[in-house]
Design a protein around this ligand. Structure first.
Ligand code: AMP
Length: 226
């Protein structure tokens, strides 16, 4: 059962790699029926499919840098044009630059929509390297695990769907995380004041228990979509 919302919401999750954007977006998707839009997932799918965009994006992704605004905007515009997004979306990993943020404002204005909230997941950078380098997911259902913090109850079997197919992202290693954190601080963190200026910013302490953070986020969604 999903909670009901009277307005379709556009929510943005901001935060460095490892802050929990994907985990929390998946939880909000389940609870509110919102659609999670992760540009990282869309780009990884493009790389796997060998599309022109995927080929052009791969080197930046492997090195922990940002993919060009042009490629990312083309991908997100396509996805936002699909009908399921009318239920409301959680943008996970987008926008990441000032150019992307301005383009998103225009895109939403064209459709008579606006940003419900930009939520900054506030974490200690020092903890992110360990969080990111130990994480992996179920290849079947996407459930997240971690070498130190959350192993499956039965080794090698997903708690949620029973699959034994697990995967790790190629860029989730200690070397690349440093570059990704740098890209976040240089290019994405300035968006926190951009959205503060629009009156859309909410800050959430994202260092504690996953369920407490989820409850804080759910309260924000309920407030902006009521
Ligand atoms: P993520 O899954 O969000 O951690 O993204 C993985 C990688 O995809 C990033 O390190 C970037 O190389 C690329 N990427 C994802 N989203 C964006 C974006 N909005 N702008 C530029 N590059 C992106």
């Amino acid at each position: 059962m999903t909670d009901t919302m009277t307005k379709s919401a556009v929510l943005i999750l901001l935060g460095p790699p490892g802050a929990g954007k994907g985990t929390q977006a998946r939880m909000l998707e389940e609870k509110f029926g919102l659609v999670q839009l992760s540009t990282g997932d869309l780009l990884r799918a493009a790389v796997a499919a060998g599309t022109e965009a995927g080929k052009a994006a791969k080197a930046a992704m492997d090195s922990g840098g940002l993919v060009s605004d042009e490629i990312v905007l083309a991908i997100i515009k396509d996805r936002l044009g699909e009908p399921d997004t009318k239920k409301g979306v959680i943008l996970d990993g987008f926008p990441r630059t000032a150019v992307q943020a301005a383009a998103l404002d225009e895109l939403l204005a064209d459709q008579g929509m606006s940003i419900g909230a930009a939520i900054s997941l506030e974490v200690d950078d020092a903890a992110m390297v360990e969080r990111v380098s130990g994480r992996y997911t179920c290849g079947n259902c996407g459930e997240g695990y971690h070498d130190s913090f959350k192993q499956p109850a039965v080794a090698g079997i997903c708690d949620k769907c029973g699959s034994s197919d697990f995967k790790r992202r190629a860029d989730d290693n200690a070397e690349t995380v440093g570059a990704r954190l740098e890209a976040y601080h240089a290019q994405t963190a300035p968006l926190i004041s951009y959205y503060d200026g629009q009156g859309a910013l909410k800050r959430v302490d994202a260092m504690g228990e996953i369920d407490r953070i989820a409850a804080d986020l759910a309260a924000i969604v309920t407030e902006v979509a009521a």
